[in-house]
Design a protein around this ligand. Structure first.
Ligand SMILES: Nc1nc2c(ncn2[C@@H]2O[C@H](COP(=O)(O)OP(=O)(O)OP(=O)(O)O)[C@@H](O)[C@H]2O)c(=O)[nH]1
Ligand SMILES: [Mg+2]
Ligand SMILES: [Zn+2]
Length: 356
């Protein structure tokens, strides 16, 4: 164990990273705490300092996915004064939280790297949505991190509402831990604190206005992050505009996130098994190995839906999610072709209609 290794352990460095470290002699290791365009805020055992990408970085790493993002470990050449550095390399990521960019490009956007667990936050008041939750779960598992569900604003709903939401989550086969809390009554905050372990990294995601920054302020014990009142409908206002990695007093590392409006699921095939493990289970009994579970003879999944062993809604969600993830996995060229083919189909269908 090098001395820097143990110095960095409180920031999340461990044997896994140590085994993959590839820094040059003049370089030290630091973790990305925030990114502001081409300026990076890095943290190491000495504290935080600013850095920029060194010219050599561009030769080593190309696409935008390989630009350092919050949570990344990098090799940096520090200026002798210690208050500035040049980022020379990106170290291998243990986990990666990614999403498809908003809009219709197929570009991948990094949300955070080397996160141990993603806390998926939904407010039980207006925001609760099982389908959205399942999409988030797929995204998290796909990136290799653990997931935890957190329902907020429990002070705003009757206990029965909360109970039925919890029952809905369990009925959908979600096995991730589910926590509930109110930032107003503070009920549940201690449970959350106990969940956050020292030197582990947690990333808070969820719609705008669900209380992510309020929670982190509670955990820090002061108004570190800006929060904002929400409109009457419970819709948020996108108060948080940048991602930021913070070290809590208890030793856990947390990343706040701006609310997400839209995200696509990337490579969800591997992640889909998590919340749909019941469906995958039935599928092993289908007559055909490549059964699409949409009408083939001897399909055990459809049989389960018909007999009531699987809920129709859960099955519909599964199909929808699967189709979307297949669509997002196509290259943009394939996607454009599919759109074009569809356009042609519409045109010819119209012509058929117009035929006398
Ligand atoms: N009643 C109630 N209000 C809450 C609770 N948690 C947060 N709020 C309020 O909800 C509003 C939005 O909270 P934020 O913490 O800014 O939400 P956010 O998820 O960080 O939102 P973005 O930064 O836009 O993504 C604020 O007015 C908070 O005071 C809660 O448990 N109960
Ligand atoms: Mg916020
Ligand atoms: Zn089948």
């Amino acid at each position: 164990m090098t001395s820097q290794h143990s110095d960095l352990a409180p920031l999340g460095w461990n044997e896994w990273f140590e085994a993959r470290r590839t820094c040059g002699p003049a370089e030290t290791i630091a973790r990305v705490a925030a990114v502001d365009r081409d300026l990076y805020l890095l943290m190491d055992h000495t504290g935080t300092f600013q850095a920029k990408l060194a010219g050599t970085y561009q030769y080593r790493h190309h696409p935008s996915q390989e630009l350092p993002c919050v949570g990344d470990w990098v090799c940096v050449e520090k200026h002798p004064t210690g208050d500035f550095g040049w980022v020379r390399r990106l170290l291998e990521r243990r986990t990666a939280l990614r999403r498809k960019s908003a809009g219709d490009s197929v570009e991948v956007q990094m949300i955070a790297a080397n996160v141990d667990a993603v806390i998926i936050v939904q407010s039980c008041h207006f925001d609760f949505n099982l389908k959205r939750l399942e999409r988030y779960l797929v995204m998290v598992w796909d990136g290799g991190a653990d997931a935890c569900v957190l329902l907020t604003k429990t002070d705003l709903v009757e206990p029965e509402v909360l109970l039925s939401q919890l029952a809905e989550i369990r009925a959908a086969g979600v096995t991730a831990p589910v926590l509930t809390l109110s930032n107003v009554t503070r009920e549940g905050i201690d449970d959350l604190k106990r969940t956050l372990l020292p030197a582990k990294t947690y990333c808070f995601v969820g719609s705008s206005g669900v209380g992510k920054s309020t929670i982190i302020n509670q955990l820090i014990g002061r108004e570190r992050l800006r929060t904002e009142g929400v409109s009457g409908t419970g819709e948020g206002r996108h108060t948080t505009v940048r991602r930021e990695l913070m070290l809590l007093e208890g030793g856990a590392l947390v990343i706040d996130n701006p609310g997400m409006r839209e995200f696509g699921i990337l490579g969800a095939e591997s992640g889909i098994g998590g919340s749909f493990s019941d469906i995958i289970g039935f599928a092993s009994d289908c007559r055909y190995r490549n059964c699409s579970h949409t009408g083939e003879p001897g399909c055990a999944v459809l049989e389960a839906v018909n007999s009531g062993a699987l809920s129709q809604e859960h099955y519909d969600n599964y199909l929808k999610l699967r189709d979307e993830s297949e669509f997002y996995q196509m290259s943009s060229v394939e996607k454009r072709k599919k759109d074009r083919d569809f356009g042609r189909y519409i045109k010819s269908a119209k012509k058929d209609l117009e035929k006398p």
